[in-house]
Design a protein around this ligand. Structure first.
Ligand code: PBG
Length: 322
């Protein structure tokens, strides 16, 4: 036997493996999701997401400073308001919890990019992402409210608006409203391809946003579809999205790759709450090596084509990257 090709030559030592490594994670790839609630000194752990908290604004500032200290430059904020109503008033209130949190982070922490999630589900009593009539989520009336939300978020100082609601036409509605208010420089990171996923379960505990009737299958995508993902991404691209997101991440690596190949915009992927919870839970049971598995999952998301990864592991793993 005379073997010429021996791939193992490049695997023999850590140094040679580092030399030929194709995909590298950096803290700057990460966006750190944070949940902000009313009160002071509140740091309430989410049962199904160990290490993730509902934070009052003062605690939020501390958390962002720690994250910034380990090299995380971007956060995405989710508001958990005390008051919810049928039309999600607190989503677009000038002094809403999210708007106050954005102002505080921008004022207190230097060099951190604040992304505002743009949706109504955390603010509506029924837990749906839009206005309801006769059991249906209405599309166009919801767009108006999302546009108002985006403007108040930009006024508060949000650097990027990230609409996650999956109404048709949300990118152009938000773009026009931002431009009319003088925020033509504020980019939109669109949750372009968002599946109706069971992996959002723990988030709904964190944000207290579980739908009170029905589910989100009437506006979020069917997990079985991939051509439809391209269509959704194309529509958001045409409407002026600056970045495209795929969500969840690990069960949809094929979709991340397909969107990467079709579009030259930056591609983001969201490693969602259920992906985090599974790794944490199995790690706690001693059934997997938590840190190793987390890094492997994050690496695979980047390898599939994501430029930006939203992950609850951001702060914890920022200085553990291979
Ligand atoms: C709001 C929103 C959700 C997530 C991000 N933005 C919940 C949902 O659509 O039910 C989920 C994120 C996660 O699970 O980590 N619409």
């Amino acid at each position: 036997m005379n073997l010429i090709e021996r791939p193992r030559r490049l695997r023999r030592t850590p140094t040679i493996r580092a030399l030929v490594r194709e995909t590298r994670l950096s803290p700057e790839d990460f966006v750190y999701p944070l949940f902000v609630c009313e009160g002071e000194g509140v740091r309430r752990e989410i049962t199904s997401m160990p290490g993730v908290f509902n934070l009052s604004i003062d605690e939020l500032i501390k958390e962002v400073e720690v994250a910034r200290g380990v090299g995380i430059r971007s956060v995405i904020l989710f508001g958990v308001p005390d008051e919810k109503d049928a039309v999600g008033t607190q989503a677009y209130a000038e002094d809403g919890i999210t708007q106050r949190a954005i102002r505080a982070v921008k004022r207190e922490v230097k060099d951190v990019l604040v992304i505002a999630d743009n949706c109504l589900c955390e603010y509506t009593e029924h837990g749906h992402c839009g206005v309801i009539e006769a059991g249906e989520v209405l599309n166009d009336p919801t767009l108006e409210l999302l546009a108002r939300t985006a403007v108040t978020q930009a006024e508060a100082g949000a650097d990027i608006i990230a609409p996650s609601n999956m109404m048709d036409g949300f990118v152009v509605a938000i773009r026009e409203a931002l431009d009319e208010s003088g925020f033509e420089q504020v980019p939109i990171m669109s949750y372009a391809v968002k599946y109706a996923s069971g992996f959002y379960g723990p988030f709904r505990e964190a944000a207290q946003s579980a739908p009170q009737f029905g589910d989100r299958r009437g506006y979020q995508m069917d997990p079985a579809n991939s051509r439809e993902a391209i269509r959704e991404a194309e529509l958001d691209y045409q409407q002026g999205a600056d970045m495209l997101m795929v969500k969840p991440a690990l069960p949809y690596l094929d979709i991340i790759r397909a969107v990467r190949e079709r579009f030259d915009l930056p591609i983001a992927a969201y490693q969602v709450s259920g992906e985090y919870a599974m790794i944490k839970a199995a790690g706690r049971l001693g059934w997997i090596e938590e840190e190793r598995v987390a890094l492997e999952a994050l690496t695979s998301i980047k390898r599939a084509g994501a430029d930006i990864i939203l992950t609850y592991f951001a702060r914890e793993l920022a200085n553990r990257l291979p």
